[in-house]
Design a protein around this ligand. Structure first.
Ligand SMILES: [Zn+2]
Length: 257
């Protein structure tokens, strides 16, 4: 096996290394739990656990992360309907990978807007079919989803819900397009795939820029009590940034020169 394909296989395996919960018809993949006032965490355990977020506004709901698949999106929508009658009006894609964008088709079918930056749209168009193939190589149950495009392409730093949900693009990291999402009222930062307790999948990462992007985040000094990670256990303090910087430094130190 060529070195590159081996590296790719290992990276995908790392992305999906945690054994999925055994499938059972009565066991949902998606839970929704309250975090602070209007904010909820969606834990989607399809493939490797990904955590998305839900913000319940005065007039409508914003979902941050489309979840893994249209079916997990449907499950999340059922959880949302149990807590509010308000419609889901927009869904933010925080990067182009299937754990963030896989559920897009469901939300489009619902009539919601799917929001992304031009960078994410371009990467979806360039890489979607390949990256779905990569996931399916490890997780054959992952559906062969065609690309579903965002409906609204917005500039870096776009916000919704009258500024209560703010996206931040601070440079390349886990992917070239990854967004943080900041909730100033709740003093919560969503780290998406960028911040987590394990290194995770670095296949699309920019390893030289990743630490700089995290330092730009620190330099913003956003008033933050909680960081919600996009994978594995969701709730952390701001030390998660240092944790991930350390993991990156250890990874760099171990890499062959
Ligand atoms: Zn991810």
């Amino acid at each position: 096996m060529r070195l590159r394909s081996l590296a790719l296989l290992l990276a995908v395996a790392a992305a999906c290394a945690t054994p999925a919960r055994p499938p059972a018809d009565d066991t949902p993949d998606v839970d929704l739990t309250p975090l602070r006032s209007r904010l909820y965490i969606a834990e989607d355990r399809f493939c490797v656990q990904e955590n998305s977020m839900v913000y319940v506004g005065d007039a409508y709901v914003t979902v941050i992360g489309a979840t893994w698949t249209p079916d997990t999106a449907r499950q999340l929508h059922a959880r949302i309907r149990a807590i509010t009658p308000l419609p889901v009006r927009d869904v933010i894609l925080t990067n182009y990978h299937p754990d963030r964008a896989g559920g897009t088709a469901y939300w489009l079918g619902l009539g919601a807007d799917v929001l992304a930056t031009p960078r994410t749209l371009r990467l979806l168009e360039l890489h979607w079919d390949r990256i779905v193939g990569d996931v399916r190589a490890t997780y054959p149950q992952y559906p062969s989803l065609p690309l579903a495009r965002p409906t609204r392409v917005l500039p870096d730093g776009f916000a919704v819900q009258n500024g209560a949900v703010r996206t931040l693009y601070l440079g390349p990291s886990h992917t070239d397009d990854g967004l943080f999402v900041y909730f100033p009222e709740q003093r919560v930062l969503y780290g998406g795939c960028i911040l987590k307790e394990q290194l995770g999948n670095l296949d699309s990462a920019n390893l030289s820029e990743y630490p700089r992007t995290l330092r730009r985040l620190v330099d913003l000094r956003l008033p933050t009590d909680v960081i919600v990670s996009g994978h594995w256990s969701p709730v952390h303090g701001t030390e998660l940034i240092d944790t991930y910087l350390r993991l990156l430094a250890e990874h760099a130190a171990a890499a062959p020169r």
